[in-house]
Design a protein around this ligand. Sequence first.
Ligand code: SAM
Length: 220
Amino acid sequence: MENPPKKENTNIGYWEQVLETPTPAYQELFSAEREYLDKHILPDSFVLDIGCGEGRNMQSILQNTKNVYGIDNDPKAVKDAKKRFGEIETVQVAVASADNLPFENETFDTVTFLMILPNLENNKESSISESARVLKKGGKLILSTFSETAFNERMKIYKMLNAPIKKIEGTKVIFDESLGANTSEQFSLDELKSLGEKSSLRIVDSVKVGDIAYIVAYEK
Ligand SMILES: C[S@@+](CC[C@H](N)C(=O)[O-])C[C@H]1O[C@@H](n2cnc3c(N)ncnc32)[C@H](O)[C@@H]1O
Protein backbone atom coordinates (compact mmCIF):
# COMPACT_ATOMS: atom_id res chain seq x y z
CA MET A 1 0.00 0.00 0.00
CA GLU A 2 2.96 2.36 -0.44
CA ASN A 3 2.85 3.44 -4.08
CA PRO A 4 2.93 7.20 -4.45
CA PRO A 5 0.04 8.89 -6.26
CA LYS A 6 0.60 9.39 -9.98
CA LYS A 7 -0.90 12.85 -10.01
CA GLU A 8 -2.24 15.41 -7.64
CA ASN A 9 -5.99 15.69 -7.30
CA THR A 10 -7.76 18.23 -5.17
CA ASN A 11 -11.41 17.88 -6.14
CA ILE A 12 -12.28 16.28 -2.81
CA GLY A 13 -12.99 19.74 -1.35
CA TYR A 14 -15.66 20.29 -3.99
CA TRP A 15 -17.09 16.79 -3.46
CA GLU A 16 -17.28 17.33 0.30
CA GLN A 17 -19.48 20.37 -0.43
CA VAL A 18 -21.75 18.17 -2.57
CA LEU A 19 -21.98 15.70 0.32
CA GLU A 20 -22.91 18.51 2.72
CA THR A 21 -25.57 20.08 0.48
CA PRO A 22 -26.87 17.38 -1.87
CA THR A 23 -29.71 18.25 -4.24
CA PRO A 24 -32.70 15.85 -4.14
CA ALA A 25 -31.24 13.97 -7.14
CA TYR A 26 -27.94 13.42 -5.33
CA GLN A 27 -29.79 12.40 -2.16
CA GLU A 28 -31.62 9.77 -4.21
CA LEU A 29 -28.30 8.57 -5.66
CA PHE A 30 -26.61 8.34 -2.26
CA SER A 31 -29.47 6.38 -0.79
CA ALA A 32 -29.60 4.04 -3.83
CA GLU A 33 -25.84 3.43 -3.46
CA ARG A 34 -26.27 2.52 0.21
CA GLU A 35 -29.04 0.05 -0.65
CA TYR A 36 -27.00 -1.42 -3.51
CA LEU A 37 -23.94 -1.94 -1.33
CA ASP A 38 -26.05 -3.52 1.38
CA LYS A 39 -27.47 -5.96 -1.18
CA HIS A 40 -24.14 -6.88 -2.82
CA ILE A 41 -21.48 -6.82 -0.10
CA LEU A 42 -21.30 -10.25 1.52
CA PRO A 43 -20.62 -10.69 5.24
CA ASP A 44 -16.89 -10.79 6.08
CA SER A 45 -15.86 -10.43 2.43
CA PHE A 46 -12.76 -8.42 1.41
CA VAL A 47 -13.63 -5.13 -0.25
CA LEU A 48 -11.53 -2.46 -1.95
CA ASP A 49 -13.10 1.01 -2.33
CA ILE A 50 -11.34 2.89 -5.15
CA GLY A 51 -11.51 6.71 -4.99
CA CYS A 52 -12.78 6.37 -1.43
CA GLY A 53 -12.74 10.12 -0.74
CA GLU A 54 -13.45 10.86 2.91
CA GLY A 55 -15.02 7.43 3.35
CA ARG A 56 -18.74 7.88 2.64
CA ASN A 57 -19.08 4.48 0.96
CA MET A 58 -16.64 2.73 3.27
CA GLN A 59 -19.04 3.65 6.06
CA SER A 60 -21.84 1.79 4.23
CA ILE A 61 -19.61 -1.21 3.40
CA LEU A 62 -18.64 -1.50 7.07
CA GLN A 63 -22.23 -2.42 7.89
CA ASN A 64 -21.60 -5.76 6.11
CA THR A 65 -17.88 -6.45 6.53
CA LYS A 66 -15.00 -5.00 8.53
CA ASN A 67 -12.40 -6.04 5.91
CA VAL A 68 -12.34 -2.79 4.00
CA TYR A 69 -9.48 -1.13 2.13
CA GLY A 70 -9.79 2.36 0.68
CA ILE A 71 -7.48 4.07 -1.78
CA ASP A 72 -7.56 7.59 -3.18
CA ASN A 73 -4.95 9.67 -4.97
CA ASP A 74 -5.79 12.75 -2.92
CA PRO A 75 -3.70 12.79 0.28
CA LYS A 76 -6.29 15.01 2.02
CA ALA A 77 -9.08 12.51 1.34
CA VAL A 78 -6.90 9.69 2.68
CA LYS A 79 -6.07 11.69 5.80
CA ASP A 80 -9.78 12.37 6.44
CA ALA A 81 -10.75 8.71 5.88
CA LYS A 82 -7.93 7.50 8.13
CA LYS A 83 -9.12 9.82 10.87
CA ARG A 84 -12.68 8.58 10.43
CA PHE A 85 -11.86 4.86 10.63
CA GLY A 86 -8.54 4.93 12.53
CA GLU A 87 -9.95 2.92 15.42
CA ILE A 88 -11.00 -0.06 13.30
CA GLU A 89 -8.02 -2.41 12.97
CA THR A 90 -9.20 -4.19 9.84
CA VAL A 91 -9.73 -0.96 7.88
CA GLN A 92 -6.83 0.39 5.83
CA VAL A 93 -6.65 3.54 3.75
CA ALA A 94 -3.77 4.54 1.48
CA VAL A 95 -2.77 7.01 -1.17
CA ALA A 96 -2.68 5.23 -4.52
CA SER A 97 -3.86 5.73 -8.06
CA ALA A 98 -6.73 3.72 -9.54
CA ASP A 99 -4.60 2.76 -12.54
CA ASN A 100 -1.71 1.41 -10.46
CA LEU A 101 -3.09 -0.52 -7.49
CA PRO A 102 -0.64 -1.77 -4.85
CA PHE A 103 -2.30 -5.20 -4.50
CA GLU A 104 -1.67 -8.73 -5.77
CA ASN A 105 -3.87 -10.24 -8.48
CA GLU A 106 -7.20 -11.66 -7.25
CA THR A 107 -7.11 -10.17 -3.74
CA PHE A 108 -10.67 -8.87 -3.30
CA ASP A 109 -14.19 -10.32 -3.36
CA THR A 110 -15.64 -6.95 -4.31
CA VAL A 111 -14.22 -3.71 -5.68
CA THR A 112 -16.31 -0.56 -5.43
CA PHE A 113 -15.83 2.31 -7.85
CA LEU A 114 -18.35 4.93 -6.84
CA MET A 115 -18.62 8.30 -8.57
CA ILE A 116 -14.97 8.26 -9.66
CA LEU A 117 -15.33 7.22 -13.32
CA PRO A 118 -16.61 10.71 -14.38
CA ASN A 119 -13.26 12.22 -13.29
CA LEU A 120 -10.85 9.74 -14.87
CA GLU A 121 -10.59 11.19 -18.37
CA ASN A 122 -7.70 9.26 -20.02
CA ASN A 123 -7.35 6.69 -17.24
CA LYS A 124 -10.77 5.04 -17.52
CA GLU A 125 -9.74 1.80 -19.27
CA SER A 126 -6.50 1.36 -17.32
CA SER A 127 -8.31 1.90 -14.01
CA ILE A 128 -11.11 -0.57 -14.80
CA SER A 129 -8.50 -3.08 -15.96
CA GLU A 130 -6.61 -2.65 -12.65
CA SER A 131 -9.87 -3.20 -10.74
CA ALA A 132 -10.45 -6.41 -12.69
CA ARG A 133 -6.91 -7.59 -11.98
CA VAL A 134 -7.27 -7.35 -8.19
CA LEU A 135 -10.73 -8.99 -8.19
CA LYS A 136 -11.03 -12.70 -7.43
CA LYS A 137 -12.66 -14.86 -10.14
CA GLY A 138 -16.42 -14.57 -9.72
CA GLY A 139 -15.89 -11.31 -7.75
CA LYS A 140 -17.91 -8.16 -8.41
CA LEU A 141 -17.02 -4.63 -9.41
CA ILE A 142 -19.73 -2.23 -8.27
CA LEU A 143 -19.63 1.08 -10.11
CA SER A 144 -21.76 4.21 -9.97
CA THR A 145 -21.50 7.06 -12.44
CA PHE A 146 -23.42 9.92 -14.03
CA SER A 147 -25.81 8.62 -16.68
CA GLU A 148 -26.31 10.00 -20.19
CA THR A 149 -29.33 12.01 -18.90
CA ALA A 150 -27.51 13.65 -15.97
CA PHE A 151 -26.36 16.87 -17.64
CA ASN A 152 -29.05 19.21 -16.23
CA GLU A 153 -28.66 17.84 -12.70
CA ARG A 154 -24.88 18.15 -12.93
CA MET A 155 -25.13 21.76 -14.12
CA LYS A 156 -27.56 22.56 -11.31
CA ILE A 157 -25.09 21.60 -8.61
CA TYR A 158 -22.04 23.05 -10.39
CA LYS A 159 -23.86 26.39 -10.48
CA MET A 160 -25.11 26.09 -6.91
CA LEU A 161 -21.56 25.53 -5.65
CA ASN A 162 -19.96 28.03 -8.05
CA ALA A 163 -17.74 25.31 -9.49
CA PRO A 164 -15.04 26.96 -11.64
CA ILE A 165 -16.11 25.78 -15.12
CA LYS A 166 -13.56 26.56 -17.83
CA LYS A 167 -15.17 24.89 -20.82
CA ILE A 168 -18.08 22.64 -21.80
CA GLU A 169 -17.60 20.22 -24.72
CA GLY A 170 -20.93 18.47 -25.37
CA THR A 171 -21.68 16.92 -21.98
CA LYS A 172 -18.05 16.92 -20.86
CA VAL A 173 -17.38 19.69 -18.33
CA ILE A 174 -13.84 20.94 -17.86
CA PHE A 175 -13.06 22.86 -14.67
CA ASP A 176 -10.10 25.11 -14.12
CA GLU A 177 -6.91 23.80 -12.54
CA SER A 178 -7.98 24.81 -9.01
CA LEU A 179 -10.16 21.69 -8.96
CA GLY A 180 -7.30 19.27 -9.66
CA ALA A 181 -9.15 16.37 -11.31
CA ASN A 182 -10.69 18.80 -13.70
CA THR A 183 -12.95 16.82 -16.01
CA SER A 184 -16.43 15.46 -15.45
CA GLU A 185 -18.17 13.10 -17.88
CA GLN A 186 -21.35 11.02 -18.11
CA PHE A 187 -21.99 7.57 -19.62
CA SER A 188 -24.64 5.44 -21.31
CA LEU A 189 -25.22 1.84 -20.26
CA ASP A 190 -23.74 0.68 -23.60
CA GLU A 191 -20.56 2.64 -22.89
CA LEU A 192 -20.34 1.07 -19.42
CA LYS A 193 -20.89 -2.36 -20.97
CA SER A 194 -18.05 -1.99 -23.47
CA LEU A 195 -15.75 -0.45 -20.88
CA GLY A 196 -16.21 -3.60 -18.76
CA GLU A 197 -15.87 -5.99 -21.70
CA LYS A 198 -12.38 -4.65 -22.47
CA SER A 199 -11.34 -6.08 -19.08
CA SER A 200 -13.43 -9.28 -19.31
CA LEU A 201 -16.05 -7.94 -16.92
CA ARG A 202 -19.72 -8.43 -17.76
CA ILE A 203 -22.64 -6.49 -16.36
CA VAL A 204 -24.84 -8.80 -14.27
CA ASP A 205 -27.10 -6.15 -12.76
CA SER A 206 -27.83 -2.45 -13.27
CA VAL A 207 -30.18 0.23 -11.97
CA LYS A 208 -30.83 3.71 -13.26
CA VAL A 209 -31.26 6.26 -10.48
CA GLY A 210 -33.58 9.04 -11.66
CA ASP A 211 -31.93 11.04 -14.45
CA ILE A 212 -28.64 11.30 -12.65
CA ALA A 213 -26.85 7.95 -12.46
CA TYR A 214 -26.36 4.26 -13.10
CA ILE A 215 -25.23 1.76 -10.53
CA VAL A 216 -23.94 -1.41 -12.15
CA ALA A 217 -22.50 -4.69 -10.93
CA TYR A 218 -19.90 -6.35 -13.17
CA GLU A 219 -18.75 -9.92 -12.62
CA LYS A 220 -15.25 -11.21 -13.40
C1 SAM B 1 -16.45 12.48 -6.75
S1 SAM B 1 -15.35 11.87 -5.55
C2 SAM B 1 -16.20 10.39 -4.96
C3 SAM B 1 -15.69 9.93 -3.61
C4 SAM B 1 -16.38 8.68 -3.06
N1 SAM B 1 -16.19 7.52 -3.92
C5 SAM B 1 -17.86 8.94 -2.88
O1 SAM B 1 -18.64 8.44 -3.71
O2 SAM B 1 -18.22 9.65 -1.95
C6 SAM B 1 -14.09 11.16 -6.59
C7 SAM B 1 -12.90 10.65 -5.78
O3 SAM B 1 -12.03 9.94 -6.65
C8 SAM B 1 -10.70 10.32 -6.36
N2 SAM B 1 -9.90 10.10 -7.57
C9 SAM B 1 -9.95 10.76 -8.77
N3 SAM B 1 -9.08 10.23 -9.63
C10 SAM B 1 -8.46 9.20 -8.99
C11 SAM B 1 -7.46 8.26 -9.36
N4 SAM B 1 -6.91 8.28 -10.58
N5 SAM B 1 -7.05 7.35 -8.45
C12 SAM B 1 -7.60 7.32 -7.21
N6 SAM B 1 -8.56 8.19 -6.79
C13 SAM B 1 -8.98 9.12 -7.68
C14 SAM B 1 -10.79 11.79 -5.96
O4 SAM B 1 -9.68 12.21 -5.22
C15 SAM B 1 -12.08 11.78 -5.14
O5 SAM B 1 -11.85 11.48 -3.79
